[in-house]
Design a protein around this ligand. Structure first.
Ligand code: NOJ
Length: 730
C-alpha cells in the first residue's frame, strides 16, 4: 500500500541516495520545539535544548520533527533554516498534542464519546485541524484510541471509553476529521492513533504499569480501534509505554511489524512515545542505550521522540551491521513519504501562514460547534420527579467549587486553549436567565478543602432556593497522563458540602464534573437529578444552561460504566460470563461482591432525556442467519412523553456457546434518533457473520455457528433478547 506516487518515489530515492547515515538518522529524530515553546510542559524534562541549539540541529539535518511548539511566523523560520541552510533542504514536520481542541476547546474525548455521534467527533476534529494548522502545525498526536476498562486509569479521559465497537467508530471519525479529505490541503492535520497497544490495560489502572493480557483480549478488544484508524487513513502511529506480556510495546516486533505492517499493510511511520526507547533500559528489557536503540528500531519503531538515542547509537549500529542499512532506508523512506503525502516536499511553508493564524472568521462557527458538542456530550443519569428541566422563574442556588471556576473547564489535555473565551457555569446560567432572575452563587468549599464558613453559606443559599444546582466533581488534574486513582470518588470536602446541602431538603441537581466514571456516594448518588458533564470545554456554561433550562433534551449515553464502588474496578459491561452468574436476589456462592452485586450503578449505554422512550420487543426477521447471509433485527421505539427527545438505540449480541467464554453482551450497532412527542419508529439493524467473529480457541478470528441472543435496547443491561442461529457454512 504505497503512499507516494512514482514521481515522488523518484524524488525520495534521489534524496536517499545523497544522504549520509547521519542525515538519514536525523530524519528519525523528534525533539521538543524550543524555538516556539509554550508555557506548560506535559512531559518530564529530558535532553531539552534551547532555541539556538534546536535551530543548529535543524541546520545540521539532525531533526525530522519538532513538537509541542506553536506559531506560524516562527514555524516559517524553522522551515527556512531546514530548507535553505541544511545540506539537503528537507522540511521538518511540526507536531503537537492537540487532543480535543486548539484555541476553541471541545469536550474531552471521553465526554464526546458519550454523544454516541462519531460524525460530531469528525466535525470537532476538523475544526481543531483548521485551528491547529493555522497556528503552524502539520501533525497531531491524537486520537488516543486506547480502550479503558479500568476507571482508575486517568487516561481514559483521552479515549472513547470501555467499548471497542464505539471506540472504533470514534477512532475512524477523528482520523477523518483531523486529516480532512485532502492530506495536502493547508488545513489537513496528520492524525496519530495512540498508544499502540494495550496501554489501557495497565495492571490496577496504574499509568505506565505492566500489561498481562490474553491474546484474544489483545486482538478483539485493544487492537481493533487502531485498525479502524489505519483503515480511515492514519499515516502515523505512536507506540505505548507499557509492556505486553513482558515485551515492551515500543520494542514489540510482533505488534509493530507483525500486526501493524505485515498483517494490516500500514504504509506510514511509527513514532515512539516520549523517551519510550530510553525506557526499555528501565524496563530491564535492554542493557543500555545502544541495546535499547537496536531493539526498538529492529522491532519497527521509525522515529524516536526526545531521548536522542537514535541520533547517538543508530549510526554505530549501522556501521557494525547490527542494523542493516536497508532497514534504515526503509524507515527514512516512510518518514519522507509522509512528508511527501502532506505536500511538504512541494511546499515547505504549508500551514505556516501568519495571516491565517490571526484570522478569526471561523471563530463563531467553532464556538457554536463547541456548544453543540458539549450539550450533546452531557448524560442525564436520573431525574426523579422531573426536577429537570428547571424553570427560569425558579429561585436557583448554584453551589460548589466549579460554580465560577475557570481553571477546570478545559479538561486534562488542552495545551493551547484560549482561556479568555471559556464560559463558566455561572456565566452560562446568567446568560440564559432574564435580568434580575434569582440566581444565588456560592462556592461552598474549595476543590479539595473546606472553606471558612463555606458550608454555612451554602446551606443558607439552598434553604432560600427552589432548586440547587450542585457543581461538584473531580479537579481536572485528577485525569490524564500519570493521574491514576485508587478510589474514584469525590474529594471529601465536596462530599461533605453535598451532604449538608442535601440535608436542607431542597431538591438537588448534581452537575458532575469528571474525567472518568466515578463511584458516586451518599448525597451525590441520592440527589434528585444527576447530569454527567465531564469537562466540556470552552462553552461549558452555555451547554449546561441549555440542558438545565430545557433548550436541549440530554441525549448522551455512558461510554463507561459507573460502578457502585471503586473496588469493583476493572468493571466493564462486556465481561466474560462466569460459571456462577449472580442473581438479582444476591444469592450466596454466586459471582458478586460481599457488599455489592456484580453490576453497575449506571451501566454503559445508560442515559435519559426529557422525553419518555419506550421500546417494543426485539424481533428477528428469520430464526436463522445463513453463513454468508444477513439478518434484519428490528424494534419499535416510541416517545410517549410530552417533549421531543433524541434516543440512542443500541444493538447488542451475545454468543451463547463459544470455543472461548463469550462476553455477556457486546455492542454491535447504535443509532441516534430524534422523536417528537407521540412519535414512534421502527429501527432496523442488519447483522452478518462478520459482526459475530472473535478470536477462538484455535487462535483464528472467525464466527462460530450456533445460537445467539440479540437485543435492541436503551442500555447494555436493558431489554429482553430475541434468539437466532448462525448456520454453518454449507
Ligand atoms: C507522552 C504521552 O504519553 C503522549 O500521549 C504524548 O503524545 C507525548 N507525551 C508527547 O507530548
Amino acid at each position: 500500500m504505497p503512499i507516494a506516487h512514482p514521481a515522488t518515489d523518484a524524488r525520495i530515492e534521489s534524496l536517499l541516495a545523497r544522504m549520509t547515515v547521519e542525515e538519514k538518522v536525523g530524519q528519525l529524530g523528534v525533539f521538543a520545539d524550543m524555538v516556539r515553546p509554550f508555557a506548560p510542559d506535559v512531559n518530564p524534562e529530558v535532553n531539552v535544548s534551547n532555541a539556538a541549539q534546536v535551530l543548529e540541529q535543524v541546520r545540521a539535518g539532525q531533526v525530522g520533527c519538532l513538537f509541542n511548539g506553536v506559531g506560524a511566523a516562527q514555524g516559517r523560520e524553522i522551515q527556512r533554516v531546514a530548507v535553505e541552510e541544511s545540506r539537503l533542504g528537507i522540511p521538518v514536520l511540526l507536531a503537537a498534542d492537540v487532543i480535543h481542541g486548539m484555541r476553541t476547546v471541545f469536550p474531552i474525548p471521553l465526554g464526546e464519546a458519550a454523544s454516541f455521534e462519531p460524525q460530531l467527533a469528525e466535525r470537532t476534529a476538523r475544526a481543531t485541524a483548521v485551528e491547529a494548522t493555522a497556528a503552524g502545525l502539520h501533525w497531531t498526536y491524537a486520537p488516543a484510541v486506547d480502550i479503558a476498562r479500568d476507571q482508575r486509569w486517568g487516561r481514559g479521559a483521552e479515549g472513547a471509553g470501555e467499548d471497542t465497537f464505539l471506540g472504533c467508530a470514534f477512532a475512524a471519525a477523528r482520523v477523518r476529521g483531523f486529516q480532512g479529505e485532502d492530506l495536502r490541503a493547508a488545513d489537513s492535520l496528520l492524525a496519530t492513533p495512540k498508544h499502540f497497544v494495550a496501554y489501557g490495560a495497565v495492571a490496577g489502572g496504574m499509568d505506565y504499569n505492566y500489561v498481562e493480557i490474553a491474546e484474544g483480549t489483545l486482538h478483539d478488544v485493544h487492537l481493533p480501534p487502531f485498525k479502524a484508524a489505519v483503515d480511515a487513513g492514519a499515516l502515523t502511529v505512536m507506540t505505548a509505554f507499557n509492556d505486553i506480556n513482558g515485551v515492551p510495546a515500543s520494542a514489540n516486533h510482533a505488534m509493530l511489524t507483525g500486526v501493524l505492517r505485515d498483517a494490516w499493510g500500514f504504509p506510514g511511520l511509527v513514532v515512539s512515545d516520549y523517551t519510550a526507547d530510553m525506557e526499555l533500559v528501565a524496563h530491564g528489557y535492554a542493557e543500555d542505550a545502544r541495546d535499547a536503540t537496536r531493539r526498538a528500531f529492529l522491532a519497527g519503531m521509525d522515529m524516536s521522540m526526545q531521548s536522542g538515542f537514535y541520533a547517538e547509537h543508530l549510526p554505530g549500529l549501522v556501521e557494525s551491521g547490527e542494523v542493516p542499512v536497508a532497514l534504515l532506508d526503509e524507515a527514512v523512506r516512510r518518514v519522507l513519504s509522509v512528508k511527501s503525502a502532506i505536500g511538504l516536499l512541494d511546499d515547505p511553508y504549508r500551514s505556516l501562514d501568519p495571516a491565517r493564524e490571526v484570522d478569526t472568521s471561523q471563530r463563531a462557527a467553532h464556538e457554536a460547534l463547541a456548544r453543540d458538542a458539549a450539550r450533546r456530550s452531557i448524560v442525564l443519569l436520573k431525574n426523579e420527579g422531573d426536577v429537570l428541566p428547571v424553570s427560569r422563574q425558579a429561585r436557583i442556588a448554584l453551589i460548589g467549587p466549579f460554580a465560577r471556576d475557570v481553571d477546570n473547564i478545559e479538561g486534562c489535555w488542552t495545551l493551547f486553549g484560549d482561556k479568555s473565551r471559556y464560559v463558566t457555569l455561572e456565566a452560562g446560567l446568567r446568560a440564559a436567565l432574564p435580568e434580575g432572575a434569582a440566581l444565588d452563587v456560592v462556592d461552598g468549599c474549595a476543590l479539595e478543602a473546606p472553606l471558612d464558613g463555606g458550608i454555612e453559606s451554602a446551606v443558607a443559599a439552598a434553604r432560600g432556593a427552589d432548586v440547587v444546582l450542585l457543581a461538584v466533581g473531580e479537579p481536572q488534574r485528577y485525569s490524564g497522563e500519570a493521574q491514576s486513582r485508587t478510589r474514584i470518588v469525590l474529594p471529601a470536602a465536596q462530599q461533605a458540602l453535598a451532604e449538608a446541602v442535601a440535608a436542607t431538603g431542597t431538591p438537588v441537581v448534581v452537575l458532575l464534573r469528571n474525567g472518568r466514571a466515578l463511584a458516586l456516594e451518599g448525597a451525590v448518588r441520592d440527589a434528585q437529578a444527576i447530569l454527567v458533564t465531564w469537562f466540556l470545554g470552552s462553552q461549558t456554561g452555555h451547554a449546561v444552561a441549555d440542558v438545565v433550562f430545557g433548550e436541549y433534551s440530554p441525549s448522551g449515553r455512558l461510554p463507561v460504566s459507573f460502578p457502585h464502588d471503586s473496588g469493583q474496578q476493572p468493571f466493564f459491561y462486556n465481561h466474560p460470563r462466569t460459571g456462577r452468574p449472580e442473581t438479582p436476589e444476591m444469592t450466596e456462592f454466586k459471582a458478586r461482591w460481599r457488599e455489592y452485586p456484580n453490576t453497575a450503578l449506571y451501566p454503559f449505554g445508560h442515559g435519559l432525556g426529557y422525553g419518555r422512550i419506550e421500546y417494543g420487543a426485539t424481533r428477528v426477521d428469520a430464526p436463522a442467519l445463513e453463513w454468508d447471509g444477513s439478518l434484519q433485527v428490528r424494534a419499535t421505539v416510541a416517545n410517549t412523553g410530552a417533549r421531543a427527545a433524541e434516543e440512542v438505540v443500541q444493538l447488542y449480541v451475545h454468543d451463547r456457546v463459544g470455543s472461548r467464554v463469550r462476553p455477556v453482551r457486546e455492542l454491535k450497532g447504535f443509532r441516534k434518533l430524534r422523536l417528537q412527542p407521540g412519535e414512534s419508529r421502527e429501527v432496523v439493524f442488519t447483522l452478518s457473520r462478520a459482526q459475530l467473529a472473535f478470536t477462538g480457541a484455535d487462535g483464528r478470528f472467525a464466527a462460530e455457528p450456533g445460537a445467539f441472543d440479540v437485543w435492541i435496547a436503551p442500555s447494555s443491561v436493558a431489554g429482553e433478547p430475541a434468539r437466532f442461529e448462525l448456520l454453518a457454512s454449507r
